[in-house]
Design a protein. Sequence first.
Length: 312
Amino acid sequence: MRFFTLILIISYIVFGPDWLSSNVSSAAASEQSLMRIGIVGVLIVALILVLNAFSASLLIDGQYRILSLLGYSALAISFLAELSGFHNLASFILSGFMITLLASYALWSLLTLSVKTRNWINTSTNMIGIKIRNFLSITRDQGKSKLGIYQLFFDALFWVGFLVIIFNIWDPTGTVLGTLSSYARDGIPIGGIRIVPTNIIGGVIAFTVLLAITGWIKRWIDKRWLRQIISSDRGARDALVTIVGYTGFTISLLVGLSIAGINVTGLAVVAGALSVGIGFGLQSIANNFVSGIILLFERPIKAGDFVTVGDV
């Protein structure tokens, strides 16, 4: 990596900051041809070394070997283009390849940081980690499953940013990125409906944010309000906090669906289908849910009670 950086600095000093993307005049080409070929050759060797390091560390067990083969092919084509006098083609391939390598390394670093951050939040015993878990309303036992949703969200953002960079590099006309942006904004017609990806992403973000706010409200109500009013009855506090959680989840879901462009009134059809499903296969699940609600209100048993079932 040091050798690669040194070659980049030398090339920038010799040819200027725009040497990989500027047009080369005939006079300048005749004067700098040999020097340029030498610098390009050394730069390609440095890029091959970097690509080998990437392949050894990232392409485990031969996975994605086609990507490394494409990289070697691009470097070979750029060197042949430079020898043949197609300086602009060689410059385009080399500059795109370098930025792609840097973007790939940045993506790999961010994805690795995402995994380490999730593991740290899940296992941390210091005050910051505990506060983050409390804010997200998760316990250490639930950490991997619930934190996985947030990790998936940030990983998707990293991949979108990476793809935007790649399209900007290899599609200078902006045709592909413009077409994708148009589909994302205007939607994709499928049958009689139109799916708008930006609305769906906005709905998911709104649902996630409101769900996190619901968890914070539950803790605030429990610690700052209910413990002062109903300090002696833990069961009543748990019942009210649970009801607030269900209410917040319902509101978050409805807001997310509305932002995503789904007609909430059309959910009546889904509710009718679910009622039929409850009559056939979901009856036990519905019974358990309703029984839990009844237990919350009537509180024949509460948190802290011991329940004996048979010999257990």
